[in-house]
Ligand binder design. Structure first.
Ligand code: ATP
Ligand code: MG
Length: 424
């Protein structure tokens, strides 16, 4: 047993089970390059019973440098080359080192030079001039020093291959991420283009429908009026959907600039509540605005859309005679929470709530329909503010959404003239 590597270096005493285990793990390929048959035999005898890090050693023999080149081409996973210097020529071994490092560009394989005539390849000069990892005299073939050198070479080969592998998988992940981002960008651009081109024809269909339905001089039969009413409603939902897709697309591509101002939280939420009061009262729902009159550093229109969608969702998914409360949670600074005592969110859709690509929309308690794009849009807006959007929900008991902003910065107190929202 070798003291330095007692945990990893195991000799013949290993029992059958351990042997089977090391066989399963594969092996370290060691190439012996030497023109003397005895050197091959002695090396194998000396190292045959060694295993390292749960793997056995496997030997490949080459008797000339030329033969070694061929074997190196077909065995790209050789861990260590035990290399003689003088073979078919005086410097055949040294030329093989150059071939491995420069032509094959293999910096990973470890090379131990072993020479029988140290004078022909002086150690200092060889170590300096050639990229080898150790230099041994053939007299040391079976010595303890040889074992140590082989094991430390395998250890560094193992570390280097792990590093190379890690680097490679990081590069692959980076590449895959870039491809996915490019695909998302293309998809967003395509959706934006289609939505943009669809909006005008639908707006004109809707306009003409309204003209037909409102034409007092030329009344249409009640049955047709009913059908046209349905067409009008569908066109309106389509236009809403297109608008939301366009908003979401612009947010995703960064086309929308966020203009933050210090605004009074209570005033901002009151304005939203005002717009939703009618929708709530139709369902017998009371909206309570408990938001404090404290400054929030937000984009008025975009953050207003977040509060609007969260509150309209709360109304949509609440039963009549209940309350929707908008407030500042005590333990969460810079947060607006919207709480309802409604249906709670279906567990199935919960993980995908903020994903645009997954259909999450369900009908409200009064059969209201939506696009399912509201929450993904809110999430994008909160991200653009450097904040977050989170949710707590209990089936049958209700839901709370938390729109949390980052702590406001002092320099942001200076208000600036707002340029156009849409960047070109
Ligand atoms: N407060 C809530 N209570 C219960 N379910 C909710 C609540 N908020 C959202 N949901 C669920 O999440 C889905 C997605 O909400 P989101 O706001 O994204 O779209 P939507 O409300 O369906 O459509 P839109 O916002 O376009 O009107 C809803 O359809 C509903 O199933
Ligand atoms: Mg919604």
């Amino acid at each position: 047993m070798v003291a330095e590597d007692s945990d990893l270096l195991v000799f013949q005493e290993e029992d059958e089970e351990e042997k089977k285990e090391t066989d399963r793990n594969g092996s370290w390929k060691i190439m012996i390059v030497d023109d003397e048959e005895d050197v091959h035999k002695m090396t194998k005898m000396a190292l045959n019973t060694v295993s390292f890090a749960g793997k056995n050693l496997e030997f490949i023999s080459a008797y000339t440098a030329r033969e070694a080149r061929e074997l190196l081409k077909s065995n790209t996973d050789i861990a260590l080359v035990l290399l003689d210097v003088v073979m078919e020529t005086d410097d055949a071994g040294l030329k093989l080192v150059l071939y491995i490092r420069e032509e094959q560009e293999n910096q990973i394989v470890r090379i131990i030079l072993r020479t029988g005539q140290p004078g022909s390849a002086p150690e200092k000069k060889v170590i300096v001039d050639y990229d080898i990892n150790d230099y041994k005299a053939k007299t040391e073939l079976t010595s303890q020093k040889m074992f140590t050198s082989v094991i430390s070479s395998l250890r560094s080969y193992s570390t280097i291959t792990e590093l190379v592998e890690r680097e490679r998988s990081e590069q692959e992940m980076k590449k895959a991420k870039e491809v996915a981002e490019k695909a998302t960008k293309l998809k967003n651009e395509f959706v934006n283009l289609v939505a943009h081109d669809l909006k005008h024809p639908f707006a004109s269909i809707l306009g003409f429908l309204e003209l037909i339905l409102d034409d007092k001089e030329c009344p249409i039969p009640p049955k047709h009026a009913e059908f046209l009413g349905i067409v009008k409603k569908s066109s309106e939902s389509l236009i809403t959907m297109i608008d939301k897709l366009l908003d979401l697309g612009r947010m995703s591509t960064g086309e929308v600039a966020v203009f933050k101002e210090h605004l009074d939280g209570h005033e901002l939420t009151s304005a939203v509540v005002g717009r939703l009061r009618q929708m709530a009262s139709k369902k017998g729902i009371e909206i309570v605005n408990e938001v404090k009159s404290e400054k929030l550093y937000v984009d008025r229109e975009l953050f207003g859309s977040v509060v609007h969608n969260l509150t309209s969702n709360a109304i949509k998914f609440s039963k009549s005679d209940s309350r929707v409360i908008i407030y500042n949670p005590e333990t969460m600074p810079a947060t607006i929470a919207v709480k309802d005592a409604g249906t709670g969110i279906n567990e199935r859709i919960l993980p995908n709530l903020f994903k645009q690509e997954v259909k999450t929309t369900t009908k409200g308690t009064a059969g209201e329909r939506g696009t399912g794009l509201g929450l993904p849009y809110c999430k994008k807006i909160m991200d653009a503010h450097g904040g977050s959007l989170t949710v707590k929900t209990t089936h049958g008991e209700g839901t709370v959404f938390y729109a949390t902003l980052p702590e406001a910065k002092v320099e942001a107190q200076i208000q600036v003239q707002q340029p156009d929202r849409l960047s070109s």
